[in-house]
Design a protein around this ligand. Structure first.
Ligand SMILES: [Zn+2]
Length: 141
């Protein structure tokens, strides 16, 4: 898991549940990046861009934005970001994976990629919802 010594990220978007959550830490940027990619993915899916493409090279994609409020993880974190994004979407597709290394993720995503683009948008929406819930609910001590 990437670590950084910079202050907790904040994209300054009032609608971002990750950056407006009370508990922000060094992982906030990565979480905000995943949520951003899921949102961008909806638009890509509606342009009928294939799911494997939507779920790959997310770090590079974010790095192209020049807006300071877009989370742009460092290149050394891109592989992690992509793996987590794929895990998040595979979970939304119903896989009970606990790790991005789960070998079943590829198959689940390949099946999901054969869905219509409308169902892929639903899948990305669900992934964003589950991801937000997972990372913003109060932590139990
Ligand atoms: Zn954010």
């Amino acid at each position: 898991m990437p670590r950084s010594t910079t202050p907790a990220w904040n994209c300054h978007n009032d609608a971002c549940p990750i950056c407006t959550a009370p508990a922000r830490d060094e992982m906030t940027l990565m979480r905000c990046a995943i949520l951003t990619l899921l949102e961008q993915g909806r638009w890509m899916a509606s342009d009928e861009i294939p799911l494997p493409e939507i779920l790959s090279a997310g770090g590079k994609y974010l790095s192209r934005f020049t807006d300071d409020d877009v989370p742009a993880p460092a290149a050394e974190h891109w592989a992690w970001l992509e793996a987590e994004l794929r895990l998040t979407v595979a979970r939304a597709a119903g896989l009970d994976a606990v790790s991005a290394l789960d070998p079943r993720i590829d198959r689940v995503l390949a099946t999901a990629a054969r869905r219509t683009w409308r169902r892929q948008i639903d899948l990305l929406d669900l992934a964003a919802e589950q991801f937000t819930e997972l990372h913003t609910r109060p932590r139990t001590a």
